[in-house]
Design a protein around this ligand. Sequence first.
Ligand SMILES: [Zn+2]
Length: 365
Amino acid sequence: MDDRSFYGDGLAVPEEDVVFFHQTSGTTSRPQRQPDTLEDWYWWGECWASVLWAQGVRNTDRVLIGFNYNLFIGFWGAHYGCEKIGAEILSTGGLSTEQRLDKLMELKITTIVTTPTYAFRLMEGAARRNIDLKTLGIKRIICAGEPGALIPETKKELEQAWGCDVFDHIGATEVGAWGYECSSKSGGLHINESMFLVELLDMETKEVITEPNKYGIVVITSLDRKGKPCIRFNTNDIACWQETSCECGRTYRLLKGGISGRVDHLIKARGTFITPAVIENIIMAKPYLTNEFFIQISKKSTEISVHIEIQQDINGLDVEKIKEELEDEIYKKTSLRFKVVLEQYGKLARSDTKSRRLIDLRKES
Ligand SMILES: [Zn+2]
């Protein structure tokens, strides 16, 4: 087999220099093969060590990686980042939620690396067993894989349930772990500018945006990756620059509020763009709702509905009134009319990794 065709045209080293194979998750497209040299792999560890260090992980920490990491690169990166810092690593790749909860109770773990979705799964598992997560001594949860940890209400709910800090991080298989929230929690994501060049491009003109508060598409160049160089990679993520600097003293620029959404998840109507994160922030503030929801756009765009799950015990609250209030609040925040459909507890499918928040029937045949 021609190894260049195995990896595509992007392979820039002899095939024998490739020592690590990974694949993208294929959330939005066909999985991509990712070749890395040994030097690239040390570089990945360094990216992640920067993330972990900025979030307070030190060689005295014991880190549980709560994710099945196989061909997906992100959590391997966290694993080797811990190794670089000297923190103790507990890989719980093949364990169930119940077994991971057992380990959390037994092993004096200080840090968890997981997706926000899975942090909620663990909370559900803990509630079933009457485990108070706040008593376990966990200092921080480091989130990866999907947005959420920087959405204010999601962060608040996770931090209250776990009694610890919850930090966001961002990376991509083709790029590296390029951004992170630091322990000063300025509300933004630092770009790791010693290892990446990040540009924001205007969604229509494609011109580079340098001023704060103007949304654009995130385009990234990884400065040291050799096996498959990453030059001006279009992430399809949307973000804007933060005006203010961070109290931590880092001079790296910040993305305000982190990633606001993905280009392919934008709901465009009446000249405005909204992302599922806006709806998530409203839902998370309501104790009588779970964090399970999805938005559906009908085939001819005549109706946008949001399906939301109510809690098991809502203490006699009037469901019809809840529905009306949610519709009003969503309208005030988005200027769009959403139909709210309240679903019974347990009706919406649970994911252990990434939650699908948008079903756009206009794009499905
Ligand atoms: Zn900072």
